[in-house]
Write a protein that binds this ligand. Structure first.
Ligand code: B12
Length: 223
């Protein structure tokens, strides 16, 4: 099972997506896992399951929560099942030999949406990076401290809420002050939410679609 492969055909994708959504709304971890297993048996890649199933299913869960069709606890349960799916998916893949490059991945201050960052962390691991994953909301001073102590070559900062974008500039400046040679990449739904141009927060790279990340890093000689 490779990490990346061609996009699955739409009818099959729609059917599996419906099944995954039903499993998530029922908070049925076993059923959700079997949908992902079916996709992999059909030849989908891990990235196919991440980007064509799990991500859109969670976006739909959010839309239903926003419309008041499901409660906060339903959304929490769906999220915890997806976290499980993402971790088991990453655990199945054979990782390439590490290249010695170190990446630090986390969320900007105040940001509690962690699954996008988790996907980025897994993706980088599968492309040979040694990855440190910070999880949710890391304050500016803590970014400075961890970058100084752990000396990453790349830092990826995830932001989902557009109203949290103001926190990203100070984080990037703290990273540069701690380690000037460290490259920075930012991404997450916040960058897609702002109408018009993708906001410039001062990162080396802005990547809205995580699938493009390995290629974009390689094109800059960072991958
Ligand atoms: C689960 C969830 C939560 C959980 C998160 C738990 C967790 N462990 O992550 C909890 C309960 C904490 C939560 C809280 C809130 N949430 Co919420 N949440 C969601 C939900 C349903 C799913 C998020 C998710 O995991 N998506 C799946 C991931 C994989 O997708 P993704 O984030 O888009 O990531 C992909 C790309 O964006 C990209 N990417 C992401 N990060 C990065 C980083 C880099 C570097 C790169 C290259 C790429 C990249 O790659 C990923 C892979 O495809 C979304 C719905 C949605 N549209 O996503 C709402 C949503 C994001 N939440 C929303 C809101 C409003 C909130 C709250 C304010 C609610 C409240 N009133 O308390 C709080 C804010 C908390 C905070 N301080 O951050 C809104 C945001 C609206 C907006 N305008 O910003 C959404 C869109 C729901 C909605 N439809 O209204 N939430």
């Amino acid at each position: 099972m490779g990490a990346s492969a061609p996009t699955p055909p739409p009818p099959e994708r729609d059917r599996l997506l419906d099944q995954l959504l039903a499993a998530l709304l029922a908070a049925d971890q076993v059923a959700a896992q079997s949908v992902v297993d079916r996709a992999l048996k059909l030849g989908w890649s891990a990235d196919g399951a991440r980007f064509e199933l799990i991500t859109p299913a969670l976006h739909e869960v959010g839309a239903r929560w926003e419309r008041g069709e499901i409660g906060v606890a339903d959304e929490h349960l769906a999220t915890s099942v997806c976290e499980w799916l993402l971790i088991t998916l990453a655990g199945r893949l054979r990782r390439p030999r590490t290249t010695g490059r170190r990446a630090l991945v986390g969320c900007s201050e105040g940001e509690l949406h962690t699954l996008g960052a988790l996907i980025v962390a897994n993706l980088l691991s599968e492309h040979g990076w040694s990855v440190l994953f910070l999880g949710a909301s890391t304050p500016v001073d803590a970014w400075r401290a961890v970058v100084g102590a752990r000396r990453p070559d790349l830092v990826a900062v995830a932001t989902t809420r557009a109203d949290r974008l103001g926190q990203v500039g100070p984080i990037l400046r703290a990273i540069r002050a701690a380690r000037p040679q460290c490259r920075t990449v930012v991404g997450g739904q916040a960058y897609a939410r702002v109408p018009g141009a993708v906001p410039d927060v001062g990162a080396d790279l802005v990547v809205v679609d995580a699938r493009e990340l390995p290629g974009r890093l390689a094109a800059r000689g960072t991958g």
